[in-house]
Design a protein around this ligand. Sequence first.
Ligand SMILES: Nc1ncnc2c1ncn2[C@@H]1O[C@H](COP(=O)(O)OP(=O)(O)OP(=O)(O)O)[C@@H](O)[C@H]1O
Ligand SMILES: [Mg+2]
Length: 145
Amino acid sequence: MELLVVATDGSEGSARAIDHAADFANRHGAALHLVNVIADYGLPSDLVQGLADSRNAWLEERLEQTSAEILRAGRDRALAAGSGPVVIESLHGDPAGAILAYARDKKASAVVIAKRGDGPIERLLLGSVATKLVSLADTVVVVVP
Ligand SMILES: Nc1ncnc2c1ncn2[C@@H]1O[C@H](COP(=O)(O)OP(=O)(O)OP(=O)(O)O)[C@@H](O)[C@H]1O
Ligand SMILES: [Mg+2]
């Protein structure tokens, strides 16, 4: 069975990516995996490790909760757009790298993302995650406008 990975940061752009992926999965009988990455946001790795070590439970819990909410809303959206069952997964680390590693691991046929996400900056081009993902990808990437 074909497998599509769709990446969401909870943004409007991501919602369009989910709609597209759900419609495609429905028409092609493909499985849909929806992923969200809890990003390290460029923090030095020893600081990230320190945060984890000191078990900053409040922060970790909030990040996990937010990611889970984004994924549940995305799954509801995909189901409403006609997809079959949707697997949801929170990942950690660098968003582009984590999404691509997941897609590689699952032998996905394609990764679906949006041009832009929840970043604050109006851009002419792709967002930074989209740019990095397209640049590093060894799989097909569908970029939804
Ligand atoms: N943390 C994330 N988890 C999952 N998917 C993501 C994540 N961040 C971005 N994406 C995917 O990449 C798309 C483009 O987002 P991107 O972050 O590149 O743009 P932006 O937020 O507008 O810009 P920037 O983050 O550079 O300020 C999103 O719509 C989503 O499909
Ligand atoms: Mg972003």
